[in-house]
Structure formats: C-alpha cells, structure tokens
Design a protein around this ligand. Sequence first.
Ligand code: FAD
Length: 395
Amino acid sequence: MRTFEKGVPGAAPRRPLPPFGDEHEQLRASIRRFVERELRPHAERWEDERWFPDEVFAKLAAGGFLGLKYPEAYGGQGGDHLHDAVLIEELGGCGSGGVAAGIGAHVTIATPPVFKFGTEEQKRRFLVPAIRGERIAALGITEPGAGSDVAAIRTRAEPVDGGWVVNGSKTFITGGVRADFVVTAVKTTADGGHGGLSFLLIERGMEGFTVSRKLEKLGWHASDTAELAFADVFVPEENLLGRENEGFYLIMANFQWERIAMALGAVAAMGRLVDSSLAYARERVAFGRPIGRFQAIRHKIAAMAVKHEAARALTYHALRRFHSGADAIDEVTQAKLLSQRYACEVADDAIQVHGGAGYMREYGVERAARDLRLGPIGGGTDEVMKEILGRRLGL
Ligand SMILES: Cc1cc2nc3c(=O)[nH]c(=O)nc-3n(C[C@H](O)[C@H](O)[C@H](O)COP(=O)(O)OP(=O)(O)OC[C@H]3O[C@@H](n4cnc5c(N)ncnc54)[C@H](O)[C@@H]3O)c2cc1C
C-alpha cells in the first residue's frame, strides 16, 4: 500500500516545539512505534470492515496510553494534557481517521468527565477499568432533535425510588455500538433551557438500553457511530455523574479540551498531507519535468504549508494557554475553527496535486479528505465557533 504519511521532510516541524519538551518527544517516539506496529498495518482492513477490534484498547492500555493524563492511583501515568496531546497527534498517523476517532472518543471526551466529576466509587467502577482498556466509554449528548442546540435535549430521566427511569434516544455517538458505558446527558427537570440537564452513567446490559442502529458515514469508516435507544431504563442513583441539574457545566468543562484535541488532529493530518504532496510533486513527471517545477503546483503546496504552519501555531498557542490554566476560550475556539477548515482545504489541494492518484484509495489522500470533513461539524460546528467568538467580541 502506498500511503501519504511516508512523505519526505518538509512540513514536519523541528521538534521539540513548545509546549512540548524532550520528555514528550520520547513519548512521541514510543507511541509512533506502537502506531506503526499495531495500527497502521491493519488500518485498511479495518476501514473495509467498518470496525476495529476491541483488543486495540487493551493493547493501548498495556502501553500506558489510555491513562496518560490520569493519576497513578487510578492506573494512569500521572501525566497531563500535553501527554495526551502527543497521543492525539500520533494517532493521526495510523492511516484511519476512524481508528483515531474511536480511540479519541474514549480518551478525550468520555473518560475526562468521569475523572473530573466522578465520585471515588465511580472512578473505581468506570475510570480504572477504562484506563485498563477493559471497559470502553462513549459520550452521549447529541439527539435527533438536539445537536448544536444542546439545551433542546429531550431524553428524560424521571426520578423514582433509588434512581431514575430514562426514556429517549441519542444519535451520532462515536463508539456507541461497542461502548460498555455511555456518559449520557439527560433532562432531570421539565424546564427548558440549560437548566435541568444531568449526566447518568448508563451501562451496557441495563434493561431497556439498546443500540438501535450502527450508522453509515462519509468517512471515519473504522469507527462505530451509534444511534441509542432508552426505553424505561432504570439507572440507580449511584450512577449520577456530577450534580443533578448541573450537567451543562460538565458539557462546557470538556468542550475546550475536545476542541484542542480536534485541532491537534487536523494539524497533524495537514502536516502529513503537505509531506505527501511534496513527495509526489518531486517524483511525478509531466511534460518532461517533475510537477513541482510548475509554478501552479509549487504555489499550491507553498500555500498548503502556510495553512499548516498557521493552524499549528494557533493550536499550540491555545494548548499552551489551556495547559497554563488561563482562560483559553478565545484561542481554543479560534484554533478549532481555523484548523478544521484549513484541513479540508489542504486535503482538497492534496488530491489536486496527486491528480488521478489522489482520487485512488491506495494513496490514502482521498480517505484523509473524507475523514477530515467531519472537523467543521463535530465538537461544535464552524457556525457555532463563530457565534462564540462573535459574542465574546461583544456583538
Ligand atoms: C461522525 C460523528 C461523530 C459524532 N460523535 C459524537 C459523540 O460521540 N457524541 C455526541 O454527543 N455527539 C457526537 N456527534 C454529534 C456532533 O457533535 C453534532 O453533529 C454537531 O454538534 C452538530 O449538531 P447537528 O448535527 O445536530 O447539526 P445542527 O445543530 O442541526 O446544525 C445544522 C446546521 O445548522 C447550523 N446551525 C445550528 N445552529 C446555528 C446557529 N445558532 N447559528 C448559525 N448556524 C447554526 C450548524 O452550524 C449546521 O451547519 C458526532 C457527529 C458526527 C457526524
């Protein structure tokens, strides 16, 4: 298989680049070896099969990669978000956005709320086995009638003796088909708006909880995306995550990290696309010369490299601010917006540079273009990012 990640030096920045240091580069090398050995050789088949095996989580756990940012007391590595950032960048090199997304959902969006808001007992029951790769987690917020408009969530949890009875549905849930538990947003009051939102840990096997559909998608083929149904599911009170009716804070708390993670993934993908386009432009000959010697192609790749570098600079800036504990909403929102849109543009340009080969599966460029198209939609759409920024500008 010819893949675009091989590339040649060119777009890859000289490392380490702040906020990363030597320690992170050692981790990077070890994750890269794991990706090359355990993921990349299988990516094509998993894309075809529309699934990757659960044992990938166990293998990641054996390398310590599922708990990089969690304390050793829970089986983690005692690191922080920067270590997870390295993981996210490197997973993008596995050749399948779906595999990266499937792992990312567990590490980046589903387990952090358990760590941040969970009781000690919940951390033992859910976080520890998740770090060991024994229980796979998903985050269930979106519903058929509520995406950008989170306050429109209708899945209802009625209080009963000892817990709640849940009725409703979720859709587009990454990892939802295989998940052992879903960190699920529910309405615990009849109020409209952001009030009355709570989170329940809903476990596979609870009566009335089913996967109603595995959804087919444009990209991210190896990841399972689910529609979930809840019909009179009894959820015990010990499965309430965080405080009742304060679920909106939980959603907001993890958005910043999810968006940085998406930006990091897009930047890493852009770097590989620039590299592969450079390599192709050097070797592909037309009209008696390498196509990179045509100004049209040379300028296109130069512009791709600028987009990559600009998105990387803004993303690392957001990451540095987030990591320092400062208010990073502006920077994170800008980085998410810019990186996802640029990544789509760079992927389209990469197809163009590769000509017909760019349209063929074996080069991996078309897959990258399909996978990256999710970026301006997931984790908050471009329009939502602009709304946030516009409001923060006082408009
Ligand atoms: C592959 C995939 C995986 C996903 N994984 C998960 C997951 O694991 N868990 C989860 O909970 N969700 C997940 N999602 C859902 C994702 O977060 C939502 O799709 C996203 O938030 C957008 O919501 P929506 O699809 O309902 O679009 P809508 O909110 O219906 O938006 C449709 C269009 O209207 C625009 N729009 C909406 N409101 C405004 C506004 N106020 N101003 C201007 N324009 C507006 C949007 O920007 C968009 O262009 C996933 C989605 C996909 C496609």
